[in-house]
Design a binder for this molecule. Structure first.
Ligand SMILES: [Zn+2]
Length: 489
């Protein structure tokens, strides 16, 4: 599979802050405090909105669909793509969380969204990792050698995402917050050994302070939107559209769906989902997208029924811009060919600031891209924002110990796990948050060189869509730093 075929590096012009300012920021923690710690029950207001981001499909200009392989142009629209947004307000402080029905909006584009929302203390723009929407990264143009992004479309997404946030702000109303979970790992298929899944759906429910009626839901579930498969040519938001529709019908309220830890590779289940007539459904069928999405909605209803009241104020936001070293040769070639456009920097190690922007990536040097990792504390609940496809092994484990014989780095230390890092049990994890840097794989599961783990005769799929074996150590270390900063503000 060629999904998430990446990011990385290019000479494209920077839309970020000037390079000097950016280098100062690299690796620096940005921490905001909202609401004085210890002041309980600050009034919480929440508003929802969604804005259509479906591209126009015309004869004149093909829309290249992201995921699987290049050359897949859209022939029409099955269902619209949306930017779905929730805004939270406490006192004078505002947060925005947006979910896009896209493969993965890139960090420089997220910065453009934020530039329009400077009155917010934090704006999080995540993608569902939809494989049936337009290319916004570059890897899926007419051929492997051609960029698949329509820059004007990405600009439209940036503008409409900011519009969605402003509309949600118009809809603010006082609420109580509730947190619930429900688990069903049978709704996931792990296509890479070892089989490790995050089978927990996590949910926030908001109810009106006055009327106690459900006013909105935030749902996090952990599966690649791949029910339609590689042959589909109709634009669709895949199963999350069905999940959102079913929950909106049930509760009569807006719903924002976020994708969690899906690396490694977590896909919809096989031989598991049936329609109302009892017929077994499979990949490539819109009926499968609908019925699987509705099963996920059923799981969300279980989470909703188990939800307990939580305090969501005061807030602390701890976000850091970090460098990620890129050793993936495909990404380097993508940059050389202009298929991928992303600024590259000299890499000086995880503990050093990013170096100068690189005009050309020399073969002997390791280059890096800039991305962001964040942890938010909202009263009783934590939110972890990871800029790519996290392997579920890094959520609550287990990472194989000892390492599987044949792995390339069997003595690599196990990275800090999300479950162990967070001081509380109530949390959400948004993957592809503010960026899509590809797979984030435990270093000791990296396996490019023979002999291969599990006695396999060929390497498993995964490394080809990762920046490199050092991504997880660097990123999880940075996340640990964010959590520590929250505890010692
Ligand atoms: Zn993927």
């Amino acid at each position: 599979m060629w999904q998430a075929m990446w990011q990385a590096i290019s000479n494209g012009s920077s839309r970020l802050a000037p390079a000097s300012a950016r280098r100062t920021l690299a690796l620096a923690a940005l921490i905001w405090l909202a609401g004085a710690p210890g002041v309980a029950d600050e009034l919480l207001e929440v508003g929802f909105a969604h804005v259509d981001i479906t591209p126009e499909v015309s004869q004149d200009q093909p829309v290249w669909l992201a995921g699987y392989y290049p050359g897949r142009s859209a022939t029409g629209v099955h269902d619209p793509l949306y930017a779905r947004c929730v805004v939270l307000k406490s006192g004078a402080q505002k947060l925005a969380w947006v979910s896009l029905d896209l493969i993965g909006l890139q960090f420089p584009d997220v910065q453009c969204v934020r530039a329009q929302l400077q009155d917010f203390c934090y704006v999080l723009v995540a993608s569902t990792h939809n494989h049936e929407g337009p290319d916004v990264i570059g890897a899926w143009g007419r051929t492997f050698l051609q960029r698949g992004v329509d820059d004007a479309y990405v600009q439209t997404v940036v503008v409409r995402t900011a519009q969605a946030v402003r509309q949600a702000e118009q809809n603010l109303r006082a609420v109580r917050a509730w947190y619930g979970t429900a688990a069903d790992a049978s709704l996931l298929n792990d296509t890479r050994l070892p089989v490790v899944k995050d089978g927990v759906l996590r949910l926030l429910r908001f109810t009106g302070l006055e009327d106690n009626v459900v006013s909105g839901l935030v749902v996090q579930w952990n599966c690649h939107p791949e029910t339609l498969g590689a042959e589909n040519r109709l634009i669709t938001a895949d199963f999350p559209a069905s999940t959102v529709a079913a929950l909106s019908r049930q509760y009569g309220c807006p719903v924002v769906y976020f994708t969690g830890a899906i690396g490694g590779l977590i896909a919809p289940p096989r031989k598991r989902v049936h329609n109302e007539r009892g017929e077994l459904l499979g990949e490539g069928d819109f009926e499968f997208a609908r019925c699987y999405g509705e099963e996920v909605a059923q799981l969300a209803m279980r989470a909703e029924q188990s939800a307990v009241a939580v305090r969501l104020t005061p807030w602390q936001v701890s976000a850091a811009r970090i460098g990620i070293p890129v050793t993936n040769e495909l990404y380097r070639w993508g940059r050389l060919l202009g298929v991928l456009r992303r600024d590259a920097y000299a890499w000086n190690g995880a503990d050093a600031p990013l170096g100068e922007p690189l005009r050309a990536v020399r073969a002997e040097s390791i280059s890096a891209i800039e991305t962001e990792v964040a942890c938010l504390q909202l009263g009783d609940v934590y939110l972890v924002a990871v800029p790519g496809e996290l392997y579920p092994e890094l959520v609550c484990g287990p990472v194989p110990d000892p390492a599987e014989p044949g792995a390339d780095y069997p003595h690599a230390p196990i990275e800090p796990l999300v479950c162990d890092l967070l001081p509380g049990k109530k949390w959400l994890l948004f993957g592809l948050a503010n960026d899509e840097i590809g797979y984030i794989m435990p270093r000791r599961q990296w396996d490019r060189e023979p002999p291969y783990a599990y006695g396999l005769s060929a390497p498993q799929y995964g490394e080809i869509n990762s920046c490199g074996p050092d991504v997880a150590p660097v990123l999880m270390q940075a996340l640990q730093g964010r959590v520590t900063a929250l505890q010692n503000p």
